[in-house]
Design a protein around this ligand. Structure first.
Ligand code: FAD
Length: 285
């Protein structure tokens, strides 16, 4: 059980992967996982396609992690386009696959969803999904949080009050959105603790290995880019090998500083790149 690992007073190491889009890509996805498993993470989380249409792929990858690699698998699950029956169906698939850790998320509003559909969704917030799963399953549930606040929230204080509801609904630990500025994370942590959020929080770190990746990441996550990282892109952005090295070094520096500040865990957004993960892990252990 992941929750118990935190109480062993160690800093957890975990990875995020995404499932392959096509059936023929599964063999390679398993090789990626085999390689990540060699780095002995405490858990590996598996993303979930918006709307749940590709949930079987998440279940299949999570099952491989849990049953073949014998590593705790944390399956992401979103509810924005789902009713109770849809959630029950994925729950049954996860149970059958022996996966019992779930990251309960609302998910982003899909582009096809009308205002009316969005406003009348069955589970309004991740806290509602958390409460439902907590009462209808024996899953261990995690939740997402946002050091720079969620993009829909008016301010961080309000976002944290909502986060507290997620915790009260039964989340056992939290994972942050990726961030590039540790100071932002430390301030978030102080505010979260003073809002009464005492759950372990894993710090989400994404190594940036190309200028293009930074652009996509920032537009998806809304995370701010400190001058130091912007300068790296300006200096090395046109040189792929140097940019890769500089991006990995930046992530290593961030993680070493977080570890020195005794964070509960480091969650690496691996982008399914085990070599990058390996270079980081060997530098931070
Ligand atoms: P919520 O916790 O519901 O929050 C969403 C917004 O609603 C926030 O602004 C919050 O302040 C507000 N809110 C919450 N509760 C209340 C309330 N009771 N009353 C009023 N307002 C409230 N997306 C995917 O599609 N697939 C994935 O696999 C995936 N994995 C992710 C993993 C992590 C670690 C993170 C940080 C995000 C991930 N996402 C994923 C993105 C996530 O789905 C989006 O950020 C989504 O917009 C919000 O999801 P949430 O679970 O944080 O929502």
């Amino acid at each position: 059980m992941i929750k118990e690992l935190f109480s062993e007073n160690k800093q957890l190491l975990s990875f995020e992967v995404f499932p392959p889009k096509k059936e023929e890509e599964f063999a390679n996805a398993f090789l990626v996982l085999d390689s990540l498993a060699g780095l002995q993470p405490d858990f590996i989380s598996v993303t979930y396609g918006a709307g749940g249409s590709k949930s079987k792929k998440t279940v299949e990858i999570a099952s491989y992690i849990q049953n073949n690699l014998k590593i705790n698998a944390l399956a992401h699950m979103t509810c924005v386009g789902s009713g109770k029956e849809d959630i029950d169906a994925v729950t049954a698939q996860l149970k059958e696959a022996n996966v019992n850790h779930v990251l309960a998320l609302r998910g982003d509003r899909p582009s096809y969803m009308s205002d009316e559909q969005f406003n009348s969704r069955h589970f309004p917030h991740a806290s509602d999904l958390t409460g439902y799963l907590n009462s209808s399953t024996d899953f261990h549930i995690a939740g997402a949080c946002y050091p720079e606040k969620h993009y829909e929230a008016k301010d961080l204080d309000r976002d944290l009050l909502h986060l507290k509801k997620k915790c009260d609904a039964g989340a056992e630990f939290l994972i942050t959105q990726l961030f590039f500025d540790n100071q932002v994370y430390y301030e978030f942590l102080d505010k979260a603790r003073s809002t009464g959020i005492s759950l372990p929080i894993c710090a989400g770190i994404m190594p940036i290995t190309s200028a293009k990746q930074l652009g996509t990441t920032v537009s998806l996550s809304g995370s701010s880019v400190p001058k130091k990282l912007a300068d790296l892109i300006a200096t090395y952005g046109d040189d792929p090998a140097e940019m890769r090295k500089a991006g990995i070094d930046y992530a290593i520096e961030q993680i070493l500083d977080l570890k020195a500040h005794h964070v509960d865990g480091i969650h690496i957004y691996t982008m399914n790149k085990p070599k990058v993960a390996r270079e980081i892990v060997s530098a931070i252990k």
